[in-house]
Design a protein around this ligand. Structure first.
Ligand code: PEP
Ligand code: MG
Length: 596
């Protein structure tokens, strides 16, 4: 996935990396390599009249670095013995290597800042060593990385700018960002991000959409080829990251950034037209949100309600456990944007990749966190935490059409248990004379294959279903949704998934309960004709996708949708299903497709 540039090797180092496109748009700016540096290299160039000063600053930092390493060497010798001290002796030799030092000096003379010069030269050294192959050299390249970090720490000293404390725009490049780290990104300064790991529907990817940050995940190893402050392009629509673009490429992307904006504006004009098929069948298009602040912009995109509020982000955004009042305020804020429309509160879906620090200690080493204590299982083990949330939901429900949805239900017993806790909370509120709403709708996510298979039985007890295809695909195909190593196997178009969706929709129809889809699959325009053809009339999606999906819906008749779903269901492999759906989408919306 690597395409080096063809021009002058010294001055043009353009590199193109490909990953998974998870949040559209183009971002251009300086790199901040999170995790290795986790601080920003403040500038790439210095003016000619400070070259001597900067050279002196570099040597002072190098001396301080060497002193620090010597100290470590001494300590290691005293406490651990000679063979451990040798590690630091090697670092010291490297730091004093004449050739290396003179290359950094040369770059400073060419007006690179010492931080940038040191980082570039050391990274090139490390890369060359790795490229030679072999375990020994790969380990030596780690020594060089270590030296780089030490040197940068000394060079930056007080001026170190950390991710949590930015003062200028950056593109964040990281091996991985956890959902909490992503939720805490400073939107004022972070223009986009790219990660080595991650899959189509990892929560980090979903958050990128919520924050409207162009993002690419699952690129594979690439951080060693970048250093802080290099210019980067992140093309979140096509899953491309370009390091040190040449002028021609930069111009092309500035242009496509502008075209993306004008396409968005055209779609935005659809905001006030009804969401219905060409033959007049209304389709309820709702939004998925992670933060209460998203509710208002989501309504402005044309959503007719919130089909999924991932409330666990109340836990992931801050270090302390949210109180009943925190929950209550968040729900009221969402209801304020949607006073007359449904707002589905999904109860805490903690666990797996979304385990807050406070709970992590209780579940230290799950063999497989995705199959362990998560979601409703966790809520049922922490009743106080669960009840705090349910109290807030029932109280806020006085103000609007709030509904409750339990995540990851796998058996009927589990659903009944959750409902019992809800009845306890009802009783408590009643006893305490606190105003609340009793006749609240209680539904469940269908995201475990067992629940889909048992949909008929569930449909007699629940008020609604919402298909969580993100997890349903993960558990049906046995493919971790966040693992780029198996990203090619994660297929929404797999016939098994189409089959399960059909089972759930039909059970809903027979028992007269509403069924919606809220997994990422429904945010992809390609799957809209299929889902409507399978009988779905309610779809909850990532807010920025709403205008585009509305356009697809308005170009579609039910008859055509049914024909598309039938043909798709007759195909035997995911690739054929997806190719077919893609072809149909191009026919339906030729104008939008021109962008690609
Ligand atoms: C899903 O699994 O499809 C879903 C919508 O929930 P989440 O992505 O939060 O797991
Ligand atoms: Mg889920």
């Amino acid at each position: 996935s690597d395409s080096p540039c063809c021009h002058d090797r010294e001055y043009c180092r353009m590199l193109i990396k490909r990953g998974i496109a998870v949040s559209p748009g183009v971002a251009i700016g300086p790199a901040m390599v999170f995790g290795t540096e986790s601080f920003r290299i403040p500038q790439q160039f210095i003016s000619a009249n400070v070259i001597d000063i900067e050279l002196a600053r570099f040597h002072a930092a190098l001396d301080a670095t060497c002193e620090e390493i010597s100290l470590n060497e001494q300590l290691a010798r005293e406490r651990l013995g000679d063979q451990y001290a040798a590690i630091f002796s090697a670092h010291l030799l490297l730091a004093r290597d004449q050739q290396l030092v003179s290359q950094i000096e040369q770059r400073i003379r060419r007006q690179n800042s010492p931080e940038f010069a040191a980082s570039q030269v050391l990274r090139q050294y490390a890369k060359r060593m790795r490229d030679l192959g072999g375990q020994y050299l790969a380990e030596r390249s780690l020594d060089i990385n270590d030296l780089e970090k030490r040197l940068l720490r000394h060079l930056l000293g007080e001026r170190r700018e950390e991710l949590s404390n930015l003062t200028a725009p950056v593109l964040v490049l990281a091996n991985n960002l956890t959902p909490s780290e992503t939720a805490n990104l400073d939107r004022k300064f972070v223009l986009g991000f790219a990660t080595e790991v991650g899959g189509h529907t990892s929560h980090t990817a979903i958050l990128a959409g919520a924050l409207e940050l162009p993002a690419v995940v699952g690129i594979g190893k690439f951080l060693d080829d970048v250093s802080g402050c290099q210019t980067i392009i992140i093309d979140g629509s096509h899953g491309v990251v370009i390091i040190e673009p040449d002028t021609e490429t930069l111009a092309k992307y500035r242009n496509s950034e502008a075209r993306f904006r004008s396409h968005e504006r055209r779609l935005q004009s659809l905001r006030s037209v009804p969401c219905e098929t060409k033959d007049g069948v209304p389709i309820k298009l709702m939004g998925n949100i992670e933060f209460p602040a998203e509710a208002e912009p989501c309504r402005d995109k044309g959503a007719s309600g919130i089909g999924l509020y991932r409330t666990e982000f109340l836990y992931l955004e801050s270090n302390r456990e949210p109180t009943e009042d925190d929950h209550y305020k968040a729900y009221c804020q969402v209801l304020k944007a949607f006073p007359d429309q449904p707002v589905v509160i999904r109860t805490l879906d903690l666990g797996s990749d979304k385990m807050p620090g406070a709970l992590r200690a209780a579940y230290p080493d799950s063999v497989n966190p995705a199959l362990s204590i998560r979601s409703i299982r966790l809520s049922l083990q922490h009743l106080e935490l669960f009840k705090t949330q349910l109290r807030a939901v029932l109280r806020a429900a006085v103000l609007g059409d709030l509904r409750i949805m339990f995540p990851l239900i796998s058996t009927l017993l589990e659903f009944r248990q959750a409902k019992m806790v809800l009845s306890d909370v009802v009783e408590d509120l009643e006893e305490q004379g606190i105003p609340f709403r009793r006749d609240i709708m209680v539904g469940m996510m269908v995201e475990v294959p067992a629940a889909a298979i048992m949909a008929e039985e569930f449909a007699r007890e629940v008020d609604f279903f919402s298909l969580g295809t993100n997890d349903l695909i993960q558990y049906t195909l046995a493919v971790d949704r966040a693992d780029q190593a198996v990203a090619d196997l994660y297929r929404s178009g797999d016939p098994s998934i189409l089959g399960l969706i059909r089972v759930v929709v039909e059970a809903g129809e027979r028992n007269n309960i509403p069924v919606s889809v809220c997994g990422q699959m429904s945010s992809d325009p390609m799957f809209i004709p299929l889902l409507i053809g399978l009988g779905l009339r309610q779809i909850s999606v990532t807010p920025h996708a709403i205008p585009e999906l509305k356009e697809v819906i308005r170009n579609l008749t039910i008859e055509r949708a049914v024909a598309i779903a039938e043909r798709a269901s007759s195909l035997e492999v995911a690739r054929d299903v997806e190719n077919y759906l893609w072809g149909e989408l191009k026919k339906l919306c030729p104008e939008s497709m021109q962008l690609d």
